[in-house]
Write a protein that binds this ligand. Structure first.
Ligand SMILES: [Zn+2]
Length: 204
């Protein structure tokens, strides 16, 4: 994430959308990653998903045992289950087929993409609402990176929706969100920064 940060950025978030979903926020001014007393921060994958999908989607089981969690709808392993709940044909093949179907403009594929992106977009909206210092959000992880531009475009579209007086700058989402390309974010770089003291983990 360091390579994407600019001097005026106050906080940067890295949200991984992969086999699970979680995020970490770094305070760039303090050069710190704040965590709670248990060393945790940003375990958002097991929050209830905000979704307008049918009940069959919203009641999907999460690997943690819960129901309707963000990971149950929006993580990579959830895709065939969401597809089946939406009545997509051959849901077990959808992971391999989805990119091609989206390029072809398939309406069922676009609905599926919108369904799996929605809980992530709602997380982003909540993050930005609660912490106005977030100036950069990197989206990574094999699932989101693999879908690439269609994923980014749907996420930006959702986050840019004007719903109330608080959404004064709908164009901000495009500048705020960055979909990482495979290999663009190196987790080892963060580990090295921590080991060198260039970045610290701060507990309360
Ligand atoms: Zn869960």
């Amino acid at each position: 994430m360091e390579r994407f940060a600019r001097p005026h950025h106050r906080r940067a978030v890295y949200l991984t959308v992969s086999s699970g979903i979680a995020l970490r926020t770094a305070d760039l001014a303090e050069r710190s990653v704040p965590v709670d007393a248990h060393g945790l921060q940003g375990e958002v994958g097991h929050l209830p998903a905000v979704s307008t999908a049918p009940e069959a989607v919203r009641s999907l089981t999460c690997p943690c045992g819960g129901t309707g969690h963000v990971s149950a709808l929006a993580a990579g392993p959830a895709l065939p289950h969401v597809a089946a709940a939406l009545g997509v044909e051959r849901p077990e093949e959808v992971r391999e087929a989805l990119s091609g179907l989206l390029r072809a403009g398939d309406p069922a594929a676009q609905r599926l993409l919108a369904t799996v992106v929605e809980p992530v977009a709602e997380l982003v909206r909540t993050l930005c609402c609660l912490d106005p210092r977030i100036d950069l959000i990197g989206i990574g992880g094999g699932y989101a990176e693999g879908l690439g531009e269609p994923y980014r475009a749907e996420l930006v579209r959702r986050v840019s929706e004007v719903r109330s007086y608080a959404d004064r700058d709908p164009d901000r989402a495009a500048g705020l969100l960055r979909l990482c390309r495979p290999g663009e974010v190196d987790p080892m770089a963060g580990a090295l920064a921590l080991s060198r003291g260039a970045l610290t983990v701060t507990k309360r």
